[in-house]
Write a protein that binds this ligand. Structure first.
Ligand code: PLP
Length: 406
């Protein structure tokens, strides 16, 4: 075998599209909520990818699922179906409002399918003018051109020429704003029950209920993007269950494969049947390897032990954050649900999340932000108490140091 040349952070700048600016260290191995870099330095992982690693790094059940399926069948194309995909679809249907499933490979692809379905359903069932999509400021739905256009952040959507039309953005949690723009030409209202990238903001109960009613009154579909909030992240299998309000279409991804790329769009039979043979498709979506991992992850996540554990861990994180805040007065708000927690910075730390993240890496803590002013915590759903305590100790050290640096 050809000898492999050493690579390092500088290699990144030489060979990769310059759209990210990754941390200086390169992780090479992970186990649970611990990660080691090229130099063998250990990190506690409070990020879990970006809310992806619901069961931490290299969970034995997922490793087994990959190994077993990889020795049987990797791929067949959607000209055939396969057992892992059918089983995972059955599980998702059994556990949710849904009756039909479409598998894809990423959150954006699941959303792309959802938005195409919502448009196609309205056009075929009602009329060609029913195409308006109502979405929300600060929302994030992925980076394909349709999903980035439905997303509510100009920094991601601008600079690529003419956008898909008939998409309106209104402020999140503002029911009157929705009321003002929804009409008979609206095909869908799209929202994240807990906005993730936009700063970790949960929808209020009244808002979710009100939007559901407005959708029903206007024959518009309600689409929940649970790519980040789904699969146990908020302490329920999907966060809509916390609100007791079911959508017409739901997308999920990140935690669905526990780190293996897979996403799903769920809907009802009535809506699904408007999507006829050949109207949509994907090469890799629903491949046996990804679905086998998805099945293994699902069986562990959808248990009282893991879901109730999320609530306990939420409380531990929040109590640590409250203590930090009492001591240093640095958070304007601590918010979110389950293990999707945001701490909004204020005073001396205002808009310094990037700097904090970099200092965390040096201290041996993998952290995430949600915009310049919010620290985001999205660890493994089964992170240990000891790991939470030890990571929080590191965070405190970082905060002390950053405060000293003015
Ligand atoms: C991450 C995310 C997406 C995009 O998922 P990709 O897998 O990056 O395409 C879409 N919606 C939400 C809410 C997300 O958090």
């Amino acid at each position: 075998m050809k000898e492999q040349q050493a690579v390092n952070r500088q290699t990144y700048d030489e060979v990769m599209l310059p759209i990210y600016s990754p941390a200086e260290f390169i992780p090479v191995r992970g186990e649970g909520s611990r990660v080691w870099d090229q130099q063998g330095k250990e990190y506690i992982d409070f990020a879990g990818g970006i809310a992806v690693l619901a069961l931490g790094h290299c969970h034995p059940a997922l490793v087994d699922a990959v190994r077993e399926q990889s020795e049987k069948l990797w791929h067949v194309s959607n000209i055939f179906t396969n057992e892992p995909a059918l089983r995972l679809a059955q599980k998702l249907i059994e556990a949710t409002f849904a009756e039909r499933v479409f598998f894809a490979n990423s959150g954006a692809e699941a959303n792309e399918a959802a938005f195409k379905l919502a448009r196609h359903y309205a056009i075929t069932k009602y009329n060609p003018y029913k195409t308006k999509i109502i979405a929300f400021k600060q929302a994030f739905h992925g980076r394909t051109f349709f999903t980035v256009s439905v997303g509510g952040q100009a920094k991601y959507a601008d600079g690529f020429g003419p956008k898909p039309a008939d998409i309106i953005h209104v402020p999140f949690n503002d029911l009157d704003a929705v009321k003002a723009v929804i009409d008979e030409n609206t095909c869908a209202v799209v929202l994240e029950p807990v906005q993730g990238e936009g700063g970790v903001t949960a929808a209020t109960q009244a808002f979710i209920q009100g939007v559901r009613q407005l959708c029903d009154d206007n024959k518009a579909l309600l689409v929940f993007d649970e790519v980040q909030s789904g699969m146990g992240r908020t302490g329920k299998l999907f966060s809509y269950m916390d609100y007791g309000v079911a959508p017409d279409i739901l997308t999920t991804a990140k935690a669905l494969g526990g780190g293996f790329p897979i996403s799903a769009m769920l809907t009802t039979h009535e809506i699904a049947q408007e999507m006829g043979l050949g109207t949509h498709g994907t090469t890799y979506g629903g491949n046996p390897l990804a679905c086998a991992v998805g099945n293994a992850a699902f069986d562990i996540i959808n248990t009282p032990k893991v879901l109730d554990g999320v609530i306990k861990r939420h409380e531990l994180f929040v109590s640590h954050l409250n203590k930090l805040n009492e001591k240093y007065d640095i958070f304007a708000e601590i918010r979110g649900k389950g293990l999707l927690i945001g701490a909004e910075l204020k005073n001396q730390l205002n808009h310094r999340s990037k700097e904090i993240l970099q200092a965390c890496a040096i201290e041996g803590l993998m952290m995430l932000n949600a915009g310049p002013n919010v620290l985001r915590f999205t660890p493994s759903l089964i992170i240990s108490e000891e790991e939470i305590n030890s990571g929080m100790k590191k965070l405190e050290t970082v905060i002390e140091n950053v405060l000293k640096n003015k």
